[in-house]
Design a protein around this ligand. Structure first.
Ligand SMILES: C[S@@+](CC[C@H](N)C(=O)[O-])C[C@H]1O[C@@H](n2cnc3c(N)ncnc32)[C@H](O)[C@@H]1O
Length: 239
């Protein structure tokens, strides 16, 4: 089957990093950006320099599809505006830890936890992956809506939004997978949100190297401006 036929079937187009970076310019610099947005029937604070939860359908799809551990503990890596962490708390997680490498995302998530009355059970940390966690911090579910765009190792992450969208050499996802077992409770679940624009082969190889395999838990298709995007929620299991 030719590549063209596959594109016609899925309406999916390859995007160059330059095209993605150009699209980010507006999300980062646009003077017309509002300071809040509406999603999942709620209003959310948006701080400048934080991945807006409406840039694609990813945040909404993942927030409404992730299997939250009711009554349990939930860790969200890369919380951005905090939509997923706050939704986890609203869906009955007893405790939520939200962390992000971007300090503006930390402030944004705190604002949204307060706005939606769950600040008492959402702890927000400024952290590069798991570094700010203690050895005793273990969770029933760990989740990351990853920056799925693969770029070469030497690609420059020049803005916070680049960090939200590009993962040079998939080093971030490698650290996410290899570091998770230290922070999973007994029987805990390691989940990862990605899309068909991500490099699934590379991700599978990373999981394999860590003695794990990826299972597709949910596939959600959305018609977006120029393509049908397919969002995937994966669960990583020990092999
Ligand atoms: C695709 S965005 C998702 C944001 C938010 N969870 C959402 O769904 O709207 C990825 C997030 O991961 C964060 N991130 C990237 N590398 C990280 C790292 N090494 N440690 C913590 N967070 C990171 C980015 O700053 C960004 O907020």
């Amino acid at each position: 089957m030719s590549h063209t036929t596959k594109e016609a079937e899925t309406m999916t187009f390859e995007e160059s990093p330059e095209t993605v970076a150009q699209a980010l310019q507006h999300a980062l610099l646009g003077d017309d950006l509002p300071d809040s947005f509406t999603l999942l029937g709620r209003e959310w604070d948006l701080h400048r320099g934080v991945f807006p939860g409406t840039l694609s359908a990813a945040t909404e799809v993942m927030a409404s599809t992730v299997p939250y551990p009711k009554g349990g503990s939930f860790l969200e890596v890369g919380c951005g505006t905090g939509v997923i962490s706050v939704t986890a708390a609203l869906h009955g997680c007893a405790s939520v830890t939200a962390l992000d490498i971007n300090d503006k995302a930390v402030a944004n998530t705190i604002a949204n936890a307060e706005r939606h009355g769950v600040a008492d059970r959402v702890r927000v940390l400024h952290s590069d992956m798991y570094t700010a966690l203690g050895p005793g911090d273990r969770f029933d579910t760990i989740f990351w809506n990853v920056p799925w765009t693969y770029v070469e190792d030497d690609f420059s992450l020049s803005t916070d939004l680049h960090t939200a969208v590009f993962d040079p050499g998939y080093q971030g996802q490698a650290r996410y997978i290899t570091g998770a077992p230290e922070h999973l409770a007994d029987g805990g679940r390691l989940l990862l949100g990605t899309a068909d624009l991500g490099d699934r082969e590379r991700l599978d190889a990373l999981a394999d190297g860590a003695g794990m395999r990826c299972e597709l838990l949910h596939r959600v298709r959305r018609i977006e401006e120029v393509r049908v995007m397919e969002y995937h929620i994966l669960e990583l299991h020990p092999k």
